[in-house]
Design a protein around this ligand. Structure first.
Ligand SMILES: *[C@@H]1O[C@H](CO)[C@@H](O)[C@H](O)[C@H]1NC(C)=O
Ligand SMILES: *[C@@H]1O[C@H](CO)[C@@H](O)[C@H](O)[C@H]1NC(C)=O
Ligand SMILES: *[C@@H]1O[C@H](CO)[C@@H](O)[C@H](O)[C@H]1NC(C)=O
Ligand SMILES: *[C@@H]1O[C@H](CO)[C@@H](O)[C@H](O)[C@H]1NC(C)=O
Ligand SMILES: *[C@@H]1O[C@H](CO)[C@@H](O)[C@H](O)[C@H]1NC(C)=O
Ligand SMILES: *[C@@H]1O[C@H](CO)[C@@H](O)[C@H](O)[C@H]1NC(C)=O
Length: 342
């Protein structure tokens, strides 16, 4: 999974490919052209969804194309938006969760300047900064699921062995099957599954995997700041939601929350729902803040990098509010402290 973070795509060319795909798809299914359209995704979607949106604006604002789309909202979960905040947030998250020591965090704070941090391997940081970052990553270790630090880890080699013997490989941790990635890889490589999906009809010479380095995408695209595109989206009057599973250390809420506040400031948006709890079934679903009735930041309590993975019901509540254009419920009943005793 970690390799996805390093190698997978975040690219302008991916966004252009998606614009082409969407336009061709709508040509084939024209009844969908006038339907309300919501764009959403997570992680690297912080890059490719805003780029897709801008690409679609470009196309539909062009008079000669005589074409309008009804974009109703954009939602991004634990999105990579700008390395200057998203990367230091990782180490702050490690530190605040007891995963690294005060000393290591201090040396990161003192040695690292994340303003110039870049995506590619050397990261454009000093040697002493790199040492501190490496030490932190070493202490955190591979025995932590970085995408949800309170879940136990799966041992993929054991799972694969069991699946090959057609045994159940499920490993439950906090109500979540943490071996799902390995099970999915096994399942999608079964010849009968591929046949049923009409996939791999050309008998490709390699196995299916979650992440591939077959696509030659540029690393530099990862350095791009997405805030200017988000400014453009909001200026077009399109509601934007940024949500964060709060157990994720890969793109932690701390960075996203800061970036959303910066975005609100840049657009001079006033706070329309003050920072506070939202509820699902009488429990705190997470925390939220809304700016200018158009920009929402919401955390999802107990959720992973992929929010629905560990908190499906809270994720559904969030999705429901998003597509209905409503704020998340910020009250619940009954109240926790009843009337005072006689
Ligand atoms: C949108 O159009 C502008 C101006 O023509 C261009 O600079 C930009 O690259 C385009 N963006 C996308 C994602 O197509
Ligand atoms: C508008 O669309 C036409 C036809 O697709 C294209 O030739 C032209 O370059 C576009 N103009 C802009 C400003 O993108
Ligand atoms: C690397 O950092 C320096 C300042 O430390 C900055 O001037 C330079 O633009 C950065 N390089 C890249 C590729 O961002
Ligand atoms: C495609 O099918 C071939 C032959 O059945 C198989 O060996 C290969 O792993 C599959 N590749 C992918 C990407 O699914
Ligand atoms: C926000 O306010 C500042 C100062 O009043 C102004 O210069 C700027 O243009 C405003 N930005 C937007 C997007 O309205
Ligand atoms: C609850 O949300 C409404 C807007 O939907 C807002 O006006 C109100 O201040 C919020 N209440 C609290 C306690 O945050």
């Amino acid at each position: 999974m970690i390799s996805c973070l390093i190698f997978s795509c975040i690219c302008i060319s991916a966004a252009r490919d998606m614009v082409t795909f969407m336009l061709k798809w709508l040509e084939k299914f024209p009844t969908f052209k006038s339907r309300p359209l919501f764009l959403t995704g997570e992680s690297y979607a912080g890059h490719y969804i805003p780029q897709l949106a801008i690409g679609l604006f470009n196309y539909t604002n062009n008079q000669s194309n005589n074409f309008k789309l009804n974009i109703k909202g954009i939602a991004l979960g634990n999105p990579l938006l700008h390395l200057d905040k998203d990367v230091p947030a990782v180490y702050e998250f490690f530190w605040s969760h007891g995963m690294i020591s005060d000393e290591v965090f201090d040396s990161i704070t003192n040695e690292c300047n994340f303003d110039d941090y870049v995506f590619s391997n050397s990261h454009n940081v000093t040697k002493s900064c790199m040492q501190a970052l490496n030490e932190a990553n070493h202490i955190v270790s591979n025995y932590i699921n970085a995408y949800d630090v309170i879940l136990d880890v799966c041992y993929p080699s054991i799972v694969e062995q069991e699946l090959r013997l057609r045994k159940l490989a499920t490993k439950m941790s906090m109500g979540v099957d943490v071996c799902m990635t390995a099970e999915r890889r096994f399942y999608l490589n079964l010849p009968e599954v591929q046949r049923a999906l009409h996939a791999n009809r050309t008998n490709l010479p390699y196995r299916w995997s979650t992440c591939t380095d077959m696509l030659d995408y540029s690393q530099e695209d990862g350095d791009r700041d997405m805030l200017p595109l988000l400014v453009e989206i909001i200026k077009q009057g399109i509601p934007l939601w940024i949500f964060s599973g709060d157990q994720d250390s890969v793109v932690p809420l701390i960075g996203s929350r800061t970036l959303v506040r910066e975005l609100a400031q840049e657009l001079n948006l006033t706070t329309t729902v003050p920072y506070g709890t939202w509820f699902h079934k009488g429990q705190v679903g997470g925390w939220q803040v809304e700016y200018g009735k158009i920009l929402t930041f919401a955390t999802v309590r107990g959720a992973s990098h992929m929010v629905p993975y560990a908190q499906p019901a809270r994720a559904l509540q969030l999705f429901n509010s998003f597509v209905k254009g409503r704020s998340l419920p910020n009250t619940t009943s009954p109240e926790i402290s009843g009337p005072p005793n006689e």
